[in-house]
Design a protein around this ligand. Structure first.
Ligand SMILES: Nc1nc2c(ncn2[C@@H]2O[C@H](COP(=O)(O)OP(=O)(O)OP(=O)(O)O)[C@@H](O)[C@H]2O)c(=O)[nH]1
Length: 758
């Protein structure tokens, strides 16, 4: 070997040794920094000041979720009134035409339904040992309709506890089951509130049995009603054996009496024993007392209810009537007594400095800031971003880092939301919820103060299942139309907009017909754009069922620099029908890394245009394991196009299939209509998974194709004298029946031919 070459090799070896040792040094210093950071964090946590501990113990972040029309908004209105946030009560669809505070959107007031979740806050002075203890409650009222499920999802993602409202007559209804599933998904402890005790046929104990049997969580009453229906007067607190009455024109005065009505004494003892027995099943301390045949003290019962509720094993049940202004205050006491404060809930983030290891966030003001933007809303003053502060505090004027975009943003204004009004604050503490102005981000982005490389898992966003074409009636409205589309998309991740390749029509997709109807209506009201819409369509998907190899060469020579790219590999189904996957197994640099990135882009783009009917693909995996480049003619674009070509050529050979959305459908109706409902379901090729027959109602759980469910609500109403109801939630995609696939392909070919003629 020539001397020069030896010298060169030595020096390059030296350089790489230096690089290796530099790398080790960097890694060590990074690890040291991470260790130091963790140590600092632990020290702060261990030395938590009593004031901070006290502040946290008095914060509750709760949501109210329930089946449609259970009285969430009506109950929230009372909460706001009794806590002094509003000075008069207005009803949902009330005669005064004002509408409830939390239904601030004109459309909500008109239809009497909640469309958007609304946040508010209040302070509840709870009597503890004869003193008023102030609790700060951040509260989110969520919609009941499944079409607005994202509002419930994102609320639950950031809340620490919930009040699940049930109707005293209807008990557990189809949407209660959905809400229950969502609460389980986010490990949300809950208390249950049985509302409408003033209604004819109110039976809270039937509702409790249904929570036990249908939702399969231990539930027991902590109150019993005094009177029922029109004679409903108040409740008896079973733990302390005290009667609680509401007095004053709007039930604002609470009278507590040691005297229990004589006719209720036995029931109090019976239900108190039932509460202790149920607790014994879920709490060791009570189990021991129960086995020793001792009676737990009220303090022991309360502590056990709290432990069991927070550990998700139990739900204490309160009852009342929001409309009749009864027993809302004891429910607020239960929120403070049994739902966790922010420091009692485990919130995790991923530490990017430690290979995304999970780290616990602790709601202390003195720790570095970590918060999650969970909801965006356009307001008159610009974009409003709702943030849940997980740790650290946020001050007006402070700079935050968006962990996803790595952009630094200044927070010019912080507000606390009170439905559609806001109250400006200069600082917000750990564990709280606020909204900020002037932050450009997406829903689900994590913010830090730059000190911590943390990101948080975002919420579950269900896929849209229904779509329709839409266009403004007048061309002059095009600007407002696209403005509205942009805004709706940014605010609601379940609402998507795209332009169809073939028809060039704008297509909006969402969670159901009502969801899309509401946006069309909002477009008219808020943007003055009248729209023409097409028939609702199911959002199909495409996939493959077989593995097929490809070897595709793109070579174009048109004078000057040409295009050259060769890609080899295979297309196959992924193990589970999930996101598409792209893998590269290229050895020896047959295709350089940067061109492989272009191949990935080509693959991603191709997956938005399935081979059969041009719908998005899922469950498709493409692997590139070899290829070739040309010294001058290869480029990113050539490799992107070559991948698209390979995809187009190979997909039709890989057993392509059209998939349709299958829906988890729950139907409840009086038992006598069972036959009619099953008949309806059979006609729609539904698969019945479970039927629960109660004394009065039947609940049927089944899988149905969305396609077969158009018009179902009208037919169900007809088949059940208007008494049946159902909810549908997207479950998964499955191959569409062959005749539907054939029809869809034929229609697609026809549309293509028509387009070619033009
Ligand atoms: N009898 C009786 N009716 C009630 C009670 N609470 C609410 N309602 C009525 O039930 C209807 C629905 O009440 P809302 O408060 O809008 O129910 P919601 O759960 O917020 O409704 P969505 O958000 O649309 O699901 C209204 O007509 C209320 O007046 C109650 O305690 N007793």
């Amino acid at each position: 070997m020539a001397k020069e070459e030896i010298r060169f090799r030595r020096s390059s070896c030296h350089v790489s040794m230096i690089l290796v040792s530099l790398d080790i040094a960097n890694r060590r210093s990074l690890e040291k920094a991470v260790d130091a950071r963790e140590l600092a964090q632990e020290t702060i946590i261990e030395n938590l000041s009593p004031e901070e501990a006290y502040r946290l113990s008095r914060v509750r972040n709760i949501g109210i979720a329930a089946h449609i029309d259970s009285g969430k908004t009506t109950a929230t209105e009372r909460v706001l009134f009794y806590t002094g946030r509003i000075n008069s009560i207005h009803e949902v669809r009330g005669k005064d035409a004002v509408g409830a505070k939390m239904d601030s959107m004109e459309l909500e007031r008109e239809k009497g339904i909640t469309i958007q979740s609304a946040a508010t806050f209040c302070d509840w002075a709870k009597k503890e040992n004869g003193k008023d203890e102030k609790y700060h409650i951040n509260l989110i009222d969520t919609p009941g309709h499944i079409d607005f499920t994202i509002e419930v999802e994102r609320a639950l993602r950031v809340l620490d506890g919930a009040v699940m409202i049930l109707c005293a007559v209807s008990g557990v209804q189809s949407q209660t089951i959905t809400v229950h599933r969502q609460m389980k998904r986010y490990n949300i402890p809950r208390i249950s509130f049985i509302n409408k005790m003033d209604r004819m046929g109110a039976n809270p104990f039937k509702a409790i049995d249904q929570i036990n049997s249908k939702l399969k969580i231990h539930a027991a009453a902590i109150q019993i009603p005094i009177g029922a229906e029109e004679f409903f007067e108040g409740v008896i607190d079973l733990i302390h054996r005290k009667a609680i009455y509401n007095e004053g024109p709007r039930g604002e005065a609470i009278r507590v009496s040691d005297e229990i009505p004589a006719n209720l004494k036995d029931l109090v003892e019976e239900r108190r024993a039932k509460l202790i027995e149920t607790l014994a099943d879920v709490d060791e301390e009570i189990a021991e007392i129960f086995l020793d045949e001792r009676t737990p003290t009220p303090e022991q019962i309360k502590a056990a209810v709290r432990r069991a509720t927070i550990s998700l094993k139990f739900t204490p049940v309160c009852m009342g009537s929001a409309l009749a202004d009864k027993s809302i205050q004891p429910m607020l006491d239960a929120v403070c007594d049994y739902l966790p404060n922010p420091s009692e809930v485990e919130n995790l983030a991923l530490d990017r400095g430690r290979k995304e290891a999970e780290v616990k966030l602790v709601s202390y003001n003195s720790l570095p800031f970590v918060g999650l933007a969970f909801k965006l809303e356009e307001s008159n003053f610009g974009q409003l971003t709702y943030i849940r502060v997980y740790q650290g505090s946020l001050k007006k004027g402070q700079y935050l880092f968006n962990a996803k975009t790595e952009k630094k943003v200044r927070i010019p204004r912080i507000v606390r939301m009170h439905s559609n009004e806001m109250e400006e604050v200069s600082e917000i503490g750990a564990g709280e919820i606020c909204a900020v102005f002037g932050v450009d981000c997406s829903s689900g982005d994590t913010f830090t103060d730059g000190a911590l490389p943390y990101t948080m898992n975002s919420m579950f966003v269900p896929d849209p299942v229904i779509s329709l074409s839409i266009k403004p009636k007048n061309n002059r409205d095009a600007t407002n139309f696209s403005k509205a589309m942009n805004r709706f998309q940014r605010e609601d991740p379940t609402f998507r907009v795209h332009v169809d390749n073939e028809s060039q029509q704008t297509i909006i997709s969402g969670m159901g017909e009502l969801h899309l109807d509401i946006y069309v209506e909002r477009m008219r009201r808020e943007y003055r754009v009248e729209c023409e819409v097409g028939q609702p369509q199911v959002a199909y998907r495409e996939t493959v069922t077989e593995k097929v190899k490809f070897d595709h060469l793109l070579r174009k020579q048109t004078g000057g620099a040409g295009d050259y790219a060769r890609v080899m590999g295979w297309i196959e189904p992924t193990n589970e029908l999930g996101p598409n996957q792209f893998e590269t197994l290229v050895f020896g640099g047959a295709i350089p890394e940067k061109f492989l990135e272009a191949c990935r882009k080509g693959f991603d783009l191709s997956c938005t245009r399935g081979p059969l009917v041009g719908h998005n693909c899922i469950g498709v995996k493409m692997t590139i394991n070899d290829g070739a480049t040309h010294i001058t003619d290869s480029s990113d674009n050539a490799f992107k196009m070559a991948t698209e070509g390979a995809f187009r050529k190979t997909m039709p050979l890989a057993g392509p299939q059209i998939l349709e959305p299958l829906m988890k459908t729950t139907i409840t109706a009086p038992v006598e209509f069972q036959g009619n409902i099953v008949g309806l379901l059979n006609k729609r090729n539904a698969t019945i998974n479970e039927s629960e027959i109660g004394t009065e109602d039947i609940t049927i759980h089944c899988d149905t194709s969305l396609n077969g469910m158009f018009g179902f609500s009208t037919q169900l109403r007809a088949a059940t004298q208007g008494k049946g109801e159902f909810t549908m939630e997207f479950s998964h995609y499955a191959p569409a029946p062959p005749h539907i696939q054939k029809e869809l392909i034929a229609a697609h070919q026809k549309a293509l031919a028509a387009k070619a003629k033009k």
